[in-house]
Design a protein around this ligand. Structure first.
Ligand SMILES: [Zn+2]
Length: 385
């Protein structure tokens, strides 16, 4: 089974599915593998038709299935210094190297290698494969996918999201909200600052407000917060604007993210920022130049995975792996979207998040073996009596 998984992983790594680019070649390859074992395949294209989600089902067409979920896209390799070609799988010292090996084509390869086993059993509940696009840029594909799932007559009961957790069971993580904010002011000569609206200066005030909120959020964390750090965080990721020393800058941009531990924190932050812009910054800008503007574009608002007392996905994976520890991670996944639909969801997959998004990303072969063993037990446990 490992050889077959390695073979599939080699193909998957060979498709350079960086989020900005098409994932269709990969999706068509995956579809052909699943078609070969008789799975029912559904593709869902994005508006550009250059990307698609794949949802496939093996077993009876009924409710109560188990979703194996992964994202097909990877982060870029530009600006990273790789020892090897990131889009060619290299095997060395018990590891597979390549972009996406741990995040998260290793998991996808393992589920595909197991597909013939799933298909050979008479399953009492269906197994679904959900492979999405654009996870790394805000879970865009998964948001479309859950819309469609939500309208179906049969909802799956449980989902395993195979992001790299060292095969540990993760039952909670923070959300991830990303915003780009555009400041439009009015240009002028640097010697007459009162005659223009300096977009860079307003962007700076906005960033100061973000930093103020970041500190305030620390005081809002509940005492029993399972997260590390226990509070909602804010990060200013990119600031851009201006042309030269002596020019009043008329355009500036700020990219920032927030990782809320609860939706209430996200609402609180967004509420404060909205009134800060409407009641404070904009009136001051428009006093000088009426066409001044601040526009906020939401890149993605991915909700967190809330730890729940009863969680069938956790029970299933505990039974399969024998590990009863629950873990919490600071990174976001698509899991909260499935949970929001009422599907019991956990995150559990091979490899470490430590290696994700970095140069020389790798996956320990031992991790892949553990994943295959979990999926093999899953196949047996789902066999009709
Ligand atoms: Zn990932």
């Amino acid at each position: 089974m490992l050889d077959q998984t390695e073979h599939i992983l080699r193909q998957l790594i060979g498709f350079p599915t960086v989020s900005a680019d098409s994932n269709l070649e990969l999706i068509h390859y995956v579809a052909s593998l699943l078609e070969d074992v008789g799975a029912k395949i559904e593709l869902q294209h994005d508006a550009t038709r250059k990307k698609a989600n794949l949802f496939a089902t093996i077993g009876p067409d009924i409710a109560g299935g188990i979703v194996l979920s992964g994202h097909s896209d990877v982060v870029p390799v530009s600006d990273q210094n790789w020892r090897t070609d990131p889009f060619t799988l290299e095997k060395e010292d018990g590891r597979y190297y390549g972009r996406g090996t741990c995040d998260m084509k290793g998991f996808i390869a393992a589920t595909l290698a197991m597909a013939p086993t799933f298909a050979a059993h008479q399953l009492k509940r269906p197994i679904h494969f959900a492979f999405t696009y654009d996870e790394e840029v805000g879970c865009l594909g998964a948001q479309d996918l859950v819309q469609i799932l939500g309208h179906r007559p049969h909802l799956p009961a449980a989902a395993i999201v195979g992001e790299p957790t060292d095969m540990k069971i993760v039952e909670g993580h923070k959300g991830c909200c990303e915003y780009s904010v555009y400041f439009e002011g009015h240009a002028g000569h640097g010697s007459m600052p009162d005659h223009g609206v300096n977009a860079a200066e307003y962007a700076t005030r906005y960033v100061s407000k973000l930093l103020e909120l970041r500190e305030a959020l620390k005081g809002r964390a509940p005492k029993d917060s399972p997260f590390d750090p226990p509070w909602t965080t804010i990060n200013v990721g990119r600031i851009e604007g201006g042309t030269a020393h002596n020019v009043i800058c008329n355009h500036a941009e700020v990219d920032w993210e927030m990782r809320p531990i609860a939706q209430a924190d996200a609402d609180w932050v967004n509420g404060i920022l909205q009134s800060f812009c409407q009641d404070d910054l904009l009136p001051n800008m428009r006093k000088i130049w009426p066409d001044s503007n601040i526009t906020t574009r939401t890149i993605g608002e991915v909700i967190g995975l809330t730890p729940l007392r009863s969680n069938e996905a956790r029970d299933i994976v505990v039974a399969l792996t024998g590990s009863n520890d629950s873990h919490f991670v600071p990174f976001g996944t698509e899991a909260g979207l499935f949970q929001e639909l009422g599907i019991a969801t956990i995150v559990c997959g091979p490899g470490s998040i430590e290696q994700a998004h970095k140069a020389d990303e790798f996956l320990e072969i031992g991790q892949l073996k553990q994943c295959l063993s979990m999926l093999d037990k899953l196949a047996h446990s789902m066999k009709a009596a």
